[in-house]
Design a binder for this molecule. Structure first.
Ligand SMILES: [Zn+2]
Ligand SMILES: [Zn+2]
Length: 412
């Protein structure tokens, strides 16, 4: 049996099983539904379903590797793009390890330039352009690792905090999902966001990134004027001001020499900070008297604030949020790169949520596979690997994951 047939059969069983529940998005009949067919590898778009059971029947008959639905609502979802009659769209955020710099990505992620004549390759985050030929297409080999998903979860927590406290969305208006691969999705469904255009959505993205937030100590030269400028600025308790204040407190309190170096603090300022932490936190961060500790000047504060802004911002995928016609993976369906489910979980359970337990779709059976290369991984409460050119019998979920990630083949 070929590996693709094996995966096809498992996906087929999943979509045919009466126990499989695909939760319906709000106003299903106004959404465009799209599919990537598993065997044919072609994309079907502009489909529309009135009821979720019609969609489930379609899934069990066509067996897609991936199922998408529009974040938009349309008068006529089945029409061509410019004739659909856009009525509005949910506000969606995608947080993916692909966009987060983690130390482990250098170990498990690889990219190769898609330009065959070039073929340049590297490790870590895929660049936007090939450094040799400038090409934009890449073949990538990534891994949904525990650490990467922890970082993605961290970014998700920061985003949710901003949406709640700075934008004022209630937990009822927000939903959070594991994407089924290397990240999380946050959806906001609310009348106020529905008709926001791309420009307005870009402003929200900029806020989340802290883009355009200028950390300035004033342009003044000379001691007395600089002092006045520095004295006149204290961080208040809302929005980015509060985020910077808490972030600075947290950073300074826990900072090591190495952290300060990473933040770009130069000269003797690092020792001054390390030796006067409490004084700095009280006089500078709390009271806003930024120049009151000798050796820690405006230049140092700018560097610290920029660094903290980077730590406190949330690394979302810009394109997903600004595209008002975006197709996004459908809740309850399988991810073609892992065989894991996209699933929703309560906002309050973000800390405890374990994607490698909750998102497992295939809970029965085992199969012998030849693994070319796989790091140690956790799935359904068990730990597997690492494997290198080895034939092993694995539970279905683990085998499907490795096959979908191109790391294993069914052993005949
Ligand atoms: Zn290249
Ligand atoms: Zn990782």
């Amino acid at each position: 049996m070929s590996s693709r047939d094996f995966v096809y059969e498992r996906f087929s069983e999943f979509y045919s099983a009466p126990s499989t529940v695909i939760p319906s998005p709000v106003s299903l009949g106004q959404r465009e539904i799209g599919f990537l067919l598993l065997k044919e590898r072609i994309m079907l778009r502009h489909k529309v379903f009135a009821r979720i059971r019609d969609l489930k029947l379609f899934l069990s008959e066509t067996i897609p590797s991936d199922v998408y639905r529009s974040c938009a609502y349309y008068e006529n979802p089945a029409a061509e793009m410019d004739k659909k009659g856009w009525l509005g769209a949910d506000l969606v955020f995608d947080i993916d390890a692909d966009h987060i710099p983690t130390s482990c990505s250098k170990i498990h992620d690889e990219w190769t330039c898609g330009n065959r004549e070039c073929g340049f390759n590297g490790k870590g985050i895929t660049p936007e352009n090939c450094p040799i030929c400038g090409g934009k297409k890449f073949d990538t080999k990534t891994w949904p690792c525990d650490l990467c998903l922890e970082s993605a979860k961290n970014e998700t927590a920061k985003l949710i905090d901003m949406l709640e406290k700075d934008f004022g969305f209630s937990s009822k208006e927000m939903s959070v999902f594991f994407s089924g691969h290397r990240g999380y999705h946050v959806h906001v469904e609310n009348e106020a966001v529905k008709t926001l255009d791309t420009v307005a959505r870009k402003e929200i993205v900029d806020y989340v990134f802290g883009l355009g937030l200028t950390v300035s100590g004033g342009k003044t030269k000379g001691k007395s004027r600089r002092r006045r400028a520095a004295r006149g600025f204290s961080l208040h308790d809302f929005g980015w001001n509060k985020r910077l204040k808490l972030g600075l407190q947290n950073f300074i309190l826990n900072a090591t020499k190495e952290d300060l170096k990473t933040a770009g603090v130069k000269g003797k300022a690092d020792n001054e900070i390390l030796e006067n932490k409490e004084l700095i936190l009280k006089r500078c961060v709390e009271d806003g008297r930024w120049d009151s500790v000798k050796g820690v000047g405006v230049g140092t504060w700018k560097k610290l604030a920029e660094h903290v802004k980077d730590l406190e911002s949330s690394k979302i995928d810009t394109v997903v949020t600004t595209d008002t016609h975006r197709l996004i993976r459908m809740n309850g369906t399988l991810h073609g790169k892992t065989g894991l489910k996209k699933i929703e979980f309560p906002l309050g359970s973000l800390d405890d949520f374990d994607p490698f337990k909750e998102a497992v779709a295939f809970k029965e059976g085992a199969v012998k596979v030849f693994v070319s290369d796989a790091p140690e991984f956790r799935l359904g409460g068990n730990v597997f690997g690492p494997y290198k050119r080895k034939t092993v019998e694995l539970p279905t979920a683990a085998a499907v994951l490795l096959i979908c990630k191109g790391r294993a083949e069914v052993a005949n």
